[in-house]
Design a binder for this molecule. Structure first.
Ligand code: GN1
Ligand code: MG
Length: 371
């Protein structure tokens, strides 16, 4: 961990480095939680994160967004008078020369955040209350950013949630089949090929003017919100690097993908991969508590749709990456991306089967319009 101590020494931190460990379950960047000793014997913890530059080729543009967004959130949170304001938003800790990011002589890009104490992230949702709180946190995040001043945020990953393009990339991977893996993935490939129309459902709403561009998080998996250990509140949204222009339904959809089922993202027992209507309702409730005032009719009517589209999209990405040779998402065992794709597709199938039931539930309990 000498390396982390060296990196830490470049930032304007309090205390003396004492220890560091890998942290979190992200598939892209490398995150370390480091502890620093204070002169009074106390300790303070920070997160040091190495930005994956093959995914984010322009880390400066990423940090520009994060800087603007987190400064604005801090201001808005203070204005709303919410308790514990410093735990409600990540703070970018500057380098000793005042930059948002430290570039090593080898060209690695590192950033540092405060670590939010007394809160945890979860890979699998534990209860409807947790689902509601996570959704409320992402909803609040969108609401507080509605009036972000200044120019449009940098589009750090072009067409990140453009589902038809994700389909194209999948098709390309399976036609080229560089690793000879297509034969072993034929049920998943067939599943995907039969669902081309699904790719267009959210973008059509956008093109028809029914779902406007907003500022969205774009990576709203359950494990990107910190849940307060004492109160259960969704206290702080993390992983801000994909915050950029997007559709609100991308955010609801990705949360539905990861928190409307009790199965994990790579659950292998596909019988467990089902939407739990109680969880889905809790997600919608929490999200709408913060966003209902500004969402359009169509956005409110398409929450279930968004879950289907984004779950399908992420499944396509896992499948394409498996076919290409696991270049993008970190894997922990051979075939891991194929397993993840299979799980996503099982969840899409469950959403297809339960769609009407879920839409009726949202209509009955929350008065949401039917699509
Ligand atoms: C990646 O960084 P992480 O693990 O939170 C990915 C998301 C995917 C997710 C799937 C920049 O998120 O888009 O939905 O994995 N992030 C990027 O688990 O591609
Ligand atoms: Mg991420």
């Amino acid at each position: 961990m000498d390396e982390i101590a060296r990196i830490g020494s470049r930032f304007r931190l309090e205390g003396e480095f004492s220890a560091a460990e890998p942290y979190g379950g992200g598939h892209i960047n490398d995150t370390f939680r480091a502890e620093y000793r204070l002169p009074d014997g106390g300790r303070i913890r920070y997160l040091h994160q190495r930005i994956n530059q093959s995914v984010f080729p322009d880390p400066v543009a990423v940090m520009e967004n994060i800087d603007r967004v987190s400064a604005w959130l801090q201001q808005r949170i203070a204005e709303e008078g919410l308790p514990d304001p410093e735990r409600r938003c990540l703070q970018v800790i500057p380098t000793r020369d005042g930059r948002a990011m430290y570039l090593t002589p080898e060209g690695e890009a590192w950033r540092t955040y405060n670590f939010v104490e007394g809160a945890s992230t979860w890979e699998v949702v534990q209860s409807p209350a947790m689902a509601r709180e996570a959704a409320r946190a992402f909803g609040r995040f969108q609401r507080l950013l509605v009036d972000l001043p200044g120019p449009r945020l940098n589009e750090v990953l072009h067409r990140f949630h453009h589902t038809p393009e994700r389909f194209q990339q999948f098709e390309d991977a399976f036609r080229k089949d560089p690793q000879g893996r297509a034969v072993g993935a034929s049920p998943e490939i067939e599943f995907a090929l039969r669902r081309v129309p699904l790719c267009h459902w959210l973008l059509d709403l956008y093109y028809e003017g029914e779902a406007p561009e907003r500022i969205t998080h774009n990576d709203t998996k359950l494990n990107n919100v910190m849940i307060d250990d004492a109160t259960g509140e969704g206290i702080c949204v993390v992983d801000l690097e994909t915050v950029m222009p997007g559709l609100s339904l991308y955010d609801f959809g990705d949360l539905a993908r990861t928190a409307s089922t009790r199965a994990s993202e790579d659950e292998q027992d596909l019988a467990r991969v089902r939407v739990d209507p109680e969880l889905f309702l809790a997600l919608a409730e929490g999200y709408l508590a913060e966003t209902r005032s500004f969402l359009t009719e169509a956005e409110q009517a398409h929450l279930v749709t968004s879950g289907m589209v984004i779950t399908f999209e992420v499944g396509l990405r896992f499948l394409a990456d498996h076919l290409r040779g696991d270049e993008y998402f970190r894997i922990h065992r051979p075939g891991h991306n194929l397993e993840r794709a299979r799980t996503q597709f099982a969840l899409v199938r469950s959403m297809e089967e339960q769609r009407r039931e879920l839409e009726e539930l949202l209509h009955r309990h929350l008065g949401l319009p039917r699509p």
